[in-house]
Design a protein around this ligand. Structure first.
Ligand SMILES: O=C(O)CCC(=O)C(=O)O
Ligand SMILES: [Fe+2]
Length: 352
């Protein structure tokens, strides 16, 4: 007898197979006004979204941007892109250059002898982009207690540009072990700017107003938030993330804050079992999603990345006449090329 297919699995299959994707039932605040969308309701932020004093650029375009709660998923909050164009470029640089390098771990460093620079920086440097990067020896790999997958992905040596295409994640702060599903790989300092950005978001989403139904908001005091662990996920146009619950964190009362840069995607949010039918949400570049309260323990995943959806402010930064800061990124074409074909997700969790 064929195994019973859960509602979550069914939705994942629908988006993985659908070509062209059927987005008719997905919540997409970029195409349907929230007022016309029964799945969401607007909430009022009770605190300003403020750029931390230590960050030398204006991160947010409004102090109190529109924010939404999902009617069927108490605690899931969405702030459609509150960032300035310059802030999105700054975030992309953080996620591509500053973070995926030692002492942070990536999916590749157990298998390749990676230099101290990020793969993105090497791939963008004409003198270094074709230098071969060697595999680690079998002994080295065995000592790092990971299993060497058979796919060429991990066995074939390559240049920085070919390895950049194989970079799937990097871990920040407490280092997550994907085999044991524990934070048992030591820790690295969490990027201070990213942490202060995540704290600013945690403060702004504290106890949002209009909570006739408090369960749909967030009762966590954002002043207590600290990014103790984080993951940056890199998706190419074919990449997906299977449904899961993030439950390794010792305490789950703080929001899990998640940012998207580059291509849009379909994000599924379900319930505490796979039997709840998930709601599909289209996440766009710059969107902030916070899994608070009940939704913190809900199944979620990314069954589909949507090609050709990177905003022009990232794929051709001089497109906007009022975007003076674009000139500060003369080498932006490397970023533009990457972001045209990838989605980056950066998320932060408080664990204790
Ligand atoms: O890419 C996303 O938006 C989700 C990432 C996620 O669920 C995770 O890293 O645990
Ligand atoms: Fe997750």
């Amino acid at each position: 007898m064929a195994p019973v297919q859960t509602a979550f699995r069914k939705a994942e299959k629908k988006y993985k197979r659908g070509q062209p994707p059927d987005l008719d039932n997905a919540v997409d605040l970029a195409t349907t006004a929230a007022a016309a969308n029964e799945a969401v309701r607007e909430i009022k932020l009770a605190y300003d979204l403020e750029t931390p004093a230590t960050i030398p650029l204006q991160l947010f375009s409004q102090r109190r941007p529109p924010a939404y709660a999902l009617r069927d998923h108490p605690g899931l909050l969405l702030i459609p892109n509150p960032f300035t164009d310059e802030a999105q470029r700054w975030l992309a640089r953080k996620c591509l250059c500053d973070c995926p390098r030692p002492p942070n771990r990536t999916n590749l460093d157990a298998f390749f002898s990676l230099p101290p620079e990020s793969l993105f920086e090497l791939a963008s440097n004409s003198e270094k982009s074709s230098l071969p990067i060697a595999n680690r020896s079998q002994d080295d790999i065995q000592q790092s207690d990971v299993t060497l997958p058979k796919e060429k992905f991990y066995t074939q040596p390559g240049s920085p540009s070919s390895l950049l295409e194989r970079q799937r994640w990097c871990t920040l702060g407490l280092q997550y072990n994907w085999n044991t599903k524990e934070y048992d790989r030591g820790s690295s300092p969490f990027d201070q700017d990213l942490d202060s950005l995540m704290r600013a978001i945690a403060i702004a989403i504290t106890r949002p107003g209009d909570t006739s139904d408090p369960a749909s908001g967030n009762n966590y005091n954002g002043n207590l938030f600290e990014s103790e662990a984080g993951i940056i996920n890199y998706y190419d146009e074919r990449a997906t993330m299977a449904g899961h619950v993030d439950k390794t964190e010792e305490k789950m009362d703080a929001p899990l804050i998640s940012l998207s840069i580059g291509l849009s995607c379909v994000y599924l949010i379900g319930g505490t079992t796979r039997d709840t039918e998930p709601t599909p949400i289209v996440l766009h570049s710059g969107d902030v999603l916070a899994m608070c309260g009940e939704s913190r323990t809900a199944y979620h995943g990314v069954p589909l990345v949507l090609a050709d959806t990177t905003p022009a402010s990232l794929s051709c930064p001089n497109s906007s006449a009022n975007d003076n800061a674009a000139a500060a990124y003369p080498e932006w074409h490397y970023f533009a090329k990457y972001l045209e074909h990838h989605r980056i997700n950066c998320n932060a969790r408080k664990c204790s």
